[in-house]
Design a protein around this ligand. Structure first.
Ligand SMILES: [Ca+2]
Ligand SMILES: [Ca+2]
Length: 147
């Protein structure tokens, strides 16, 4: 019995048990990044299909949900063109759901990643970091990583 409880706790930590929030204003990627940190959170990291599903479900239940919506998430290739990392953790992207022909670094000026929704399809795109979009913060109290 005690073992079972312990296992349940571990599973919950490994899955992250994240909580998400969408602040009620639009910001460029840098300001979004800073704002999440200022709330002891971070710009959302999505490292698995399960996390992607959780984020999408959260957005669907939020007042920002609709067709043709987009949100900054915490990834980009700001440090080195073409090398995409989760900025908060400096980990390379392993899981990704890029849109068709993305990331394309259009005009050589797209270095920040958005999650966008169009006609029930949710995908990622690299976009211009200075553009102001809504963004998704996540709590990150649990640090448990096998890597
Ligand atoms: Ca780029
Ligand atoms: Ca793009």
């Amino acid at each position: 019995m005690r073992t079972t409880i312990l296992l349940l706790v571990i599973v919950q930590v490994v899955l992250g048990n994240k909580t998400y929030s969408i602040p009620n204003f639009e910001a460029n990627w840098y300001k979004a990044y800073e704002y999440c940190l200022s709330k002891d959170q971070r710009l959302a990291t999505i490292e698995s299909e399960a996390e992607s599903d959780a984020v999408i479900q959260f957005v669907k239940n939020s007042d920002k949900y609709g067709d043709r919506i987009r949100f900054w998430i915490g990834a980009g290739d700001l440090a080195q063109e073409g090398t995409y990392t989760w900025t908060s953790t400096n980990k390379l992207l392993k899981y990704a759901i890029w849109g068709k022909n993305e990331p394309n670094n259009r005009y050589g000026n797209e270095h920040c990643i958005e999650l966008y929704h169009r006609a029930e399809i949710w995908l990622w795109n690299d976009h211009v970091c200075e553009y102001e979009f809504y963004f998704i913060c996540e709590s990150f109290t649990a640090v448990c990583d096998s890597n």
